[in-house]
Design a protein around this ligand. Structure first.
Ligand code: PGA
Length: 253
């Protein structure tokens, strides 16, 4: 399988624009010395302009952490796909469990967000994953299939290839508890199976499926050496330049 490996940092609500500049300048000088995979930094909205200015000429792309599903209008405090695209944003995290949980985002809304992102040439990083309760009830695959089916409703064969899927078990996010290799492989294979049914076999093989949930310097090498894990969506460890760089290096195993 020849999937594109993508290491993405999800900074969440951390770092101001000055810290962003310093982080990116340091990361750029570190990655210049190595051959590395595709890197995406999903930064807070207020840091996007600075981030885009400083990643120029490097392997790093800038992503947003959210997008509004409408084109424009009376949505106080929201940011549109057009605004992000005009700044040069190339990726956007959609459907993160924190947004599903704290901002009541459901699969139908996530589908709308994916569509508007694609319309403006922004690649969605679609997050899916089960809660601890769902895992214990043995319904992980059903939950994942349902999330995929609704989130990808009416997304064409051409457009699905622009989407990265991040498998993030909710119980592993920010908890220090990582899913086991077996658990991740099983879910990622189920995701490919589901994509095969929704699209076709070739599409199911080429999509990048990341893992997210307490990926760190201790477990990254093993996780990223799995055929079924094509990168990571990294929260906590992406805030530490040394850790993040170590994880990037681990992707070249
Ligand atoms: P974590 O976060 O690496 O801190 O667990 C991952 C995420 O929320 O995407």
């Amino acid at each position: 399988m020849n999937n594109k490996i993508v290491i993405a940092g999800n900074w969440k609500m951390n770092f101001d624009h000055i810290e962003t500049k310093n982080f990116i300048c340091e990361l750029k000088s570190l990655i210049n010395k190595i051959k590395c995979c595709k890197i995406v930094l999903c930064v807070p909205y207020t840091n996007i302009m600075t981030a885009i200015k400083y990643v120029k000429g490097s392997k790093i792309s800038i992503g947003a952490q959210n997008i509004h599903h409408e084109e424009k209008g009376a949505f106080t405090g929201e940011i549109s796909a057009n605004m992000l695209s005009k700044l040069g944003v190339k990726y956007v995290i959609i459907g993160h469990s924190e947004r599903r949980m704290y901002f009541n985002e459901n699969n139908n809304l996530i589908n709308k967000k994916i569509k508007i992102a694609l319309k403006y040439n922004i690649n969605p990083i679609l997050c899916i994953g089960e809660s601890l309760e769902e895992r214990q009830l043995n319904i992980t695959n059903e939950v994942i299939n349902q999330q995929l089916k609704i989130a990808l409703n009416d997304i064409s064969n051409e457009n699905i290839k622009k989407i990265i899927i991040a498998y993030e078990p909710i119980w592993a996010i920010g908890t220090g508890k990582t899913a086991t290799i077996d658990q991740i492989n099983e879910v990622n294979l189920n995701i490919r199976n589901c994509l095969k049914k929704l699209y076709n076999s070739n599409i199911s093989k080429v999509i990048t499926i990341q893992y997210g949930g307490s990926m760190n310097i201790k477990n990254a090498k093993e996780l990223l050496s799995q055929k079924e894990i094509n990168g990571g969506l990294i929260g906590g460890a992406s805030l530490n330049i040394k850790d993040f760089f170590d994880i990037i290096k681990s992707s070249n195993v």
